[in-house]
Design a protein around this ligand. Structure first.
Ligand SMILES: [Zn+2]
Ligand SMILES: [Zn+2]
Length: 350
């Protein structure tokens, strides 16, 4: 296992890590940011889904009806409560209440850009922090590329990547944080050919791997069109003991490669999509042993409500597919997944 701060062992010449050195760490001693709060005392969302998904402005923005509740509770281990969606705004307590009624008794909200990182830290730090909610923070690979460039898509100036990562380093140690994430590589939204962006993603990923190991927290990985490169970096630096591929998107072979390394696979609503036979094949291949469930809400709403707003209360739709694909009784599948999730995050109590 190579230390993330030492020299990197290349697995093959000319590969992803060439020339990459992890970003230096600094301490954060800035003030905690302030934010507006919604009626229930939780900070109001800082993002809208349309920001990331502009096509979606013409879609049906009504909330899907509540599915039949699960026979046994599960945990949504990856959602983004800092994102608003839907024609009717749901507060954090409303998301939690709807989830609980559907059998989703705990959630992990992920802050993946600087604003969301601060929002998540603030939500979990107060005396009113919801008992059934925990969080994780990181600079998302696409955001890392923007920090390196110095300005966002709207031209707005952004602080440097080192500074942004230093803030994550500080806030991930705060109240209610159970995971470092999401971090990884995204060659879909950010071109692999843009050298500065590519290097920023790699630097940020390696920083978060080291941070997870240092804090002893699990790591949630974002991998979009980057399976081989993600594995190469994890193999080179040494993966954290608990490593989760969030919104798993690989085929059976990649799933096997991850599970062989002791990683966990978290399945989102994408597993219900009609064109996702490869993903269902991956799930069938590995079975329930290292599998968890998530929404990535407000994105990736499961069938039959694709395109509409997503929230943790819709997990029963994804769980039905997971149970079916693995040939498991739904109640049994829920129990196993909850047990796995509890083991990974050491929360909530069984
Ligand atoms: Zn992601
Ligand atoms: Zn996400």
């Amino acid at each position: 296992m190579t230390s993330a701060t030492g020299p990197v062992t290349l697995l093959a010449p000319g590969t992803i890590l060439q020339g990459a050195e992890p970003t230096a760490r600094a301490s954060y001693d800035g003030p905690m940011p302030s934010a507006k709060t919604d009626a229930a005392g939780a900070p109001a969302p800082v993002h809208h889904r349309e920001q990331l998904d502009p096509r979606s402005s013409s879609r049906d923005r009504s909330w899907p009806p509540a599915p039949d509740p699960l026979p046994s509770p599960v945990i949504d281990n990856h959602c983004h409560l800092d994102f608003a969606d839907g024609e009717q705004h749901l507060t954090v307590p409303e998301h939690i209440a709807r989830a609980a009624a559907a059998g989703v008794d705990a959630m992990i909200t992920i802050g993946s850009d600087l604003e969301a990182v601060r929002w998540t830290a603030r939500l979990l730090d107060g005396p009113d922090a919801p008992a059934s909610l925990r969080g994780g923070v990181a600079i998302h690979p696409n955001e890392a590329a923007l920090h390196a460039r110095g300005h966002g898509h709207d031209g707005q100036e952004m602080i440097g990547l080192d500074e942004a990562l230093a803030e994550v380093d500080s806030l991930v140690r705060g109240a209610g944080m159970v995971v470092v994430g999401e971090s990884g590589l995204d060659w879909f939204r950010t071109s692999r050919k843009d050298e500065q962006a590519r290097q920023a993603q790699i630097d940020a990923f390696r920083f978060h791997i080291a941070l997870a190991k240092e804090t002893g927290l699990p790591l949630q990985i974002h991998d979009r069109d980057a399976h081989a490169d993600v594995l190469e970096i994890l193999d080179a630096d040494g993966a954290p003991e608990r490593t989760v591929l969030h919104c798993f998107s690989g085929d059976a072979e990649f799933a096997r490669a991850c599970v062989d390394r002791g990683f966990y696979l978290s399945f989102a609503g994408t597993v219900t999509f009609k064109n996702a036979q490869g993903l269902r094949g991956a799930l069938a291949e590995v079975g329930l042993d290292r599998v968890m469930v998530e929404t990535d809400a407000p994105f990736l709403t499961p069938v039959p409500y694709r395109g509409r707003p997503n929230s943790s209360y819709l997990i029963p739709l994804t769980m039905a597919t997971i149970a079916e694909v693995t040939g498991t009784d739904l109640e049994q599948a829920c129990r196993r997944i909850r047990e796995t999730t509890h083991g990974v995050y050491d929360w909530p109590a069984a």
